[in-house]
Write a protein that binds this ligand. Structure first.
Ligand code: 5GP
Length: 190
């Protein structure tokens, strides 16, 4: 059985990763989204087991000690981790998987797996990123500031990714990511 392809999608908070992934998952067959574990509190319309597995810090640390994560990171003051079992299960069945993780997590994945495809989503500019984050209205002022402060550092990693896509228009971005996935699939068949 040919192993599936692992895709990593990163980008600063507010760039639109969630929206793009929702769209991608809805109309693109054959790629699985890995739901992360987090100690962050759920936002208004987030559901446990759909958006994230929401856990306490104690539970997260316990899972980490039990070696249940492929990678973990502390991002904007909360812990996040990718469950190992699900990703391995899908890849070994030949299914492609997409992880939506930050730059620290992406670095850890790079040390563990070769042949991963790294995609970075960029905002059209900093002002637009700020507008989007504010419009989302999901963060406290403190969290908003933290996210904006971390954005430059995240964007500075873009050169370590295989593809960078400016998320100007949702539809266009979704099409570009689909193109990347199709291209990578065809490359593996050669
Ligand atoms: P948010 O709190 O806005 O959902 O996510 C904050 C940041 O955490 C985003 O940059 C997102 O990509 C990242 N993130 C989400 N899940 C994971 C994960 O499992 N591992 C890592 N390293 N980062 C994650």
């Amino acid at each position: 059985m040919v192993r599936g392809i692992l895709f990593v999608l990163s980008g600063p908070s507010g760039v639109g990763k969630g929206t793009i992934l929702d769209r991608l998952m809805n109309d693109f067959n054959g790629i699985k989204y890995s739901i992360s574990v987090t100690t962050r509190k759920p936002r208004k319309d987030e559901k446990d087991g759909i958006d994230y597995f929401f856990v306490s810090t104690e539970k997260f640390q316990e899972m980490k000690r039990e070696d249940l994560f492929l990678e973990t990171a502390c991002v904007h003051g909360n812990y996040y981790g990718t469950p190992q079992k699900y990703v391995e299960h899908c890849l070994s069945k030949g299914e492609d998987v997409i992880l939506e993780i930050d730059i620290q997590g992406a670095r850890q994945i790079k040390n563990k797996f070769k042949d991963t495809v790294y995609i970075f989503l960029l905002p059209p500019n900093n002002k637009e990123l700020k507008n989007r984050l504010k419009k989302r209205n999901s963060e406290t002022l403190e969290s908003l500031k933290k996210r904006l402060k971390n954005a430059d550092q995240e964007i500075s990693e873009v050169n370590n990714y295989d593809y960078s896509i400016v998320n100007d228009q949702i539809e266009k971005t979704v099409q570009e990511i689909k193109k990347v996935i199709k291209k990578e699939r065809s490359l593996r068949k050669e």
